[in-house]
Ligand binder design. Structure first.
Ligand code: 6PG
Length: 237
């Protein structure tokens, strides 16, 4: 049965540089991984030194199952391009300890969320989910977001906040937020750049569809859904 989705807000920037600037002006956050945010983080560090960084808490929506010094680490990317460049107190940065066993790292991160947001309910029956001010996400060519990949078990998770998700195509675990956490946030901002993403972006944003792509299931229950894309990525819209 085709589902009708809430109309997302789409902001199109002329090019990648304009996209990065537009994203900086929309900021305080849960960090995304991948490559697209790196330039935004660097621009933030360069242009927002006076931001009240002591009021900002950084969490990671997903992490690769690697130690923090590994080149694939989302923490390393964010730290090098932003976190180490601004006066953000170390206690405000919540890194996924992805050097641990993936399931242990996911449970530990979930416990940290529960403590940070002072959540009571262990099994979340009472909708006692954390509410982020802003969650920054990317879009993979296969329509994945965070580490919610097509065909992976985390897609059906609705009682956990953070899980270790086995990703067949990479033959590895990823640690990722689940849909309920992302859809409880006050704002979700997708950052999509480059012509290589144009077909997936068109499909994901089609107003009617069967939620075939994980990114289509990002539907904030009571929040803003904002797509920030550059012209090459938007060429088929
Ligand atoms: C990750 C991400 C992932 C990413 C997309 C887009 O850890 O890889 O969280 O969801 O956002 O794969 O990645 P790019 O920005 O590199 O295209």
């Amino acid at each position: 049965m085709a589902e009708r989705r809430t109309a997302p807000e789409i902001k199109i920037a002329a090019d990648n540089a304009a996209l990065n600037l537009m994203a900086v002006q929309e900021f305080c956050l849960c960090a995304a991984g991948g490559n697209t945010p790196r330039a935004v983080y660097s621009l933030l560090a360069a242009t927002q030194k006076n931001l009240r960084w002591d009021k900002i808490y950084i969490f990671f929506g997903d992490e690769r199952h690697v130690p923090p010094e590994h080149p694939d680490s989302n923490y390393r990317m964010a730290n090098e391009s932003l976190l180490a460049q601004v006066s953000l107190p170390a206690k405000n940065i919540y890194r996924v300890r992805a050097e641990l066993d993936a399931k242990v790292a996911a449970q530990e991160y979930e416990d940290q969320l529960r403590e940070f947001f002072q959540l009571q309910d262990i099994r979340l029956q009472n909708n006692d989910w954390p509410r982020f001010d802003l969650i920054l996400l990317g879009l993979g060519d296969d329509g994945h977001t965070a580490s919610l990949f097509p065909g992976s078990s985390a897609l059906e998770e609705n009682t956990r906040m953070v899980v270790a998700n086995w990703v067949k195509k990479f033959n590895e675990y990823r640690i990722t937020f689940t849909f309920p956490v992302i859809n409880q946030s006050a704002e979700v901002m997708f950052l999509v750049s480059g012509a290589g993403k144009s077909q997936t972006l068109k499909d994901v944003l089609s107003p009617v569809g069967t939620n075939a792509y994980p990114a289509q299931r990002i539907q904030p229950e009571n929040g803003r859904l904002l797509w920030m894309v550059d012209q090459p990525a938007a060429k088929l819209l």
